[in-house]
Design a binder for this molecule. Structure first.
Ligand code: GCB
Length: 599
């Protein structure tokens, strides 16, 4: 080929590559690679006036002589544990919103691998990262991972990382200024150093082909391009060992016949998967299942499934604050299993990877959501780009998890044209990034279609595969008994889930069923809601609000709320309220039947 022709082809390939939303360069499956933990105590300086930027805290400087003026000293400053929010580690920071500077030194000796990245599981909300005084970059968004290459900046021996994390709420942020959860700030998830060879496995997607139970479809992407290399895919238990040659973009797409036991809540089988190329090898555990919709039904492995779910926040049981550990996940998802769930709605932002990986092992289907919540700056292109980046990174981290069934774009956003344009764009991008998952949103825009009839009528429904409906009969309006005989429908022939209902009860507070804040009130509300729900023709599932009480600044009522949303079926200390057993009983009865009876 002539040089000019080659350049034209390369140009065309790069133009085509741009048609999909750009990759953030996120490393897939970090836990399957060679890593060094940077968790533990980090020095910290609380900086409400953002003095640190001007004073260059990132240089971590020391006075040169006795007359030198330096007004900070990380070494003599207090510490915060990473991972962890600052709000629940220091009483004085409980309500704090603003910048905090973190510093940690570490010793590094190259292991023979040629490239290194520093990877953050999440930092809420806006982050600037510096290594040895040099800025690596910035990141916006509190719940998605990000990484920076540090190959050039790393020194043999002593190094120091300085990170400014700012959780100030912003009108143009995602979420924006008003939420019903605590704005926990800090390095809330693991921080690790990842070492990889010069050309490494950047990302991969290995799943059953859409609608198939005996063919996998996927791709493997190397870090460099142009490069042509051999990559190997092994799934030993399924007898697969296959070599491929990548294209010039370092990418291979494939389809392969496979014989597997499909992943399901009853049998959450995971297979060891190894992806390798010269010098790099990544190990994963992947389940294979098919997910489709047919009319108003959701089909798992070709069969209709009723989703016995519960919504939950990523809040730590007992100690409070952001949950991050495998142990937190075991407690939270253990309770969901005890309730009889086969589904969890992880509200209202992407939860930590420990939780998703455990859901894979426990057989819990997952709804994963980006924090496009209530009011958002719909007409701001930077806000859309931010939401889109959070969507892309949520998908990039979890696209190989069998448990993840839904990508949710939003929760309870107001019906208006600019919002529709914004969310349509997210729906299009989600589909392009992952054509195998179901795209959804939780909505609350209904209209009265009869004396006791409500219909979910939100134009967003046209862009979704599955519709989520939040309703609060018996709490924000009416009495629990008003749910009796109420009929619900949607304006679309699509599966729909009751994604929220519930009411507050303080554990141990008792009274009759008409007395608000008591366990009896909440239990009665569940009885009436569940009676109503089981009559909804073709309802595909539910995820009441919420598994455990969680901190919220909107909930100050003394002696009852004390800054907790008390709609939990369990208290924040893990005490089961009466309504827990009402839902558990309902799920026991539902357990055997796939779908509710049709009228
Ligand atoms: C909702 C929201 C959820 C709130 C809940 C409540 O509709 O989606 O984030 O926490 O209601 O308790 O009011």
């Amino acid at each position: 080929m002539h040089a000019a022709k080659t350049i034209a082809v390369l140009f065309l390939l790069s133009v085509l590559a741009c048609a999909v939303p750009p990759s953030s360069g996120l490393l897939a499956n970090v836990s399957g690679r060679a890593t060094t933990s940077l968790n533990g105590p980090w020095h910290m300086i609380v900086d409400p006036y953002e003095t640190g930027l001007g004073e260059r805290y990132y240089e971590n400087a020391k006075p040169k002589d006795k007359s030198d003026r330096i007004e900070y000293d990380f070494d003599r400053s207090d510490t915060l544990n990473v991972p962890g929010d600052w709000n629940t580690q220091k009483e004085s920071l409980f309500f704090y919103e603003g910048p905090v500077w973190y510093e940690r030194s570490f010793v590094y000796h190259r292991q023979g691998r040629t490239r290194a990245f520093v990877y953050f599981g999440a930092a809420n909300y806006f982050t600037r990262v510096y290594l040895n005084g040099k800025k690596l970059g910035e990141h916006e968004g509190g719940f998605t991972p990000f990484n920076f290459e540090v190959t050039e900046e790393l020194r043999a021996g002593e190094n120091f990382l300085v990170v400014e994390v700012n959780n100030a709420r912003r009108v143009d942020g995602v979420p924006a200024v008003r939420t019903d959860w605590w704005n926990y700030g800090g390095l809330t998830r693991d921080v690790v150093l990842v070492e990889v060879p010069g050309v490494f496995i950047q990302d991969y997607s290995i799943q059953l082909a859409h609608g198939s139970l005996n063919e996998i479809a996927g791709w493997i992407q190397l870090s460099a391009n142009p490069v042509v290399a051999t990559v190997t895919l092994e799934i030993p238990e399924a007898g697969i060992k296959k070599e491929f040659t990548t294209d010039l973009q370092g990418r291979v797409e494939f389809r392969l016949p496979i014989k597997v036991a499909p992943w399901s809540p009853e049998d959450p089988k995971l297979y060891e998967v190894i992806v390798s190329t010269v010098g790099d090898r990544v190990r994963d555990a992947i389940g294979f299942r098919s997910l489709q919709v047919r009319g108003t039904e959701i089909l798992l492995n070709g069969k209709p499934i009723f989703l016995r779910g519960i919504s939950l926040h990523e809040e730590a049981p007992n100690r409070g604050g952001r949950a991050f550990s495998a142990e937190d996940a075991r407690t939270l998802l253990g309770w969901a299993k005890e309730l009889g769930c086969n589904f969890v709605r992880l509200a209202h932002y992407p939860h930590n990877e420990n939780e998703i990986r455990l859901a894979d092992r426990l057989g819990l289907l997952v709804w994963s959501e980006i924090p496009v919540y209530w009011e958002i700056d719909w007409t701001n292109p930077a806000t859309l780009a931010n939401a889109d980046a959070q969507l892309r990174d949520m998908i990039a981290r979890d696209r190989n998890r069998a448990s993840v069934a839904f990508w949710s774009l939003s929760n309870e956003t107001p019906v208006e044209p600019a919002r529709l344009t914004f969310l349509k764009r997210l729906a299009d991008d989600a589909r392009q990034l992952d054509p195998t998952r179901l795209i959804t949103s939780a909505m609350n825009h209904t209209e009265k279609t009869g004396p006791n009839r409500q219909s979910l009528n939100d134009p967003l429904g046209q862009y979704l595969d599955v519709l989520g409906l939040n309703e609060y009969v018996g709490w924000y309006w009416g009495r629990a008994e008003d749910a009796d005989g109420m009929e619900w429908s949607t304006a679309y022939q699509k599966p729909f889930l009751m994604t929220e209902f519930g009411g507050d009860a303080a554990f141990g507070r008792h009274g009759d069923a008409a007395t608000r804040w008591t366990e009896e009130y909440q239990a009665n509300l569940y009885v009436h809601q569940l009676n109503m729900v089981k009559e909804i023709p073709g309802l595909a599932g539910l995820s009441p609000w919420v598994l455990m009480d969680f901190h919220s600044p909107r909930r100050p009522l003394p002696g009852i709320q004390d800054y907790f949303n008390r709609k939990g079926l369990l208290s924040n200390k893990g005490e089961r309220k009466q309504a827990f057993f009402v839902l558990q009983q309902f799920y026991r009865e539902k357990g055997s039947s796939a779908v509710p009876p049709r009228k």
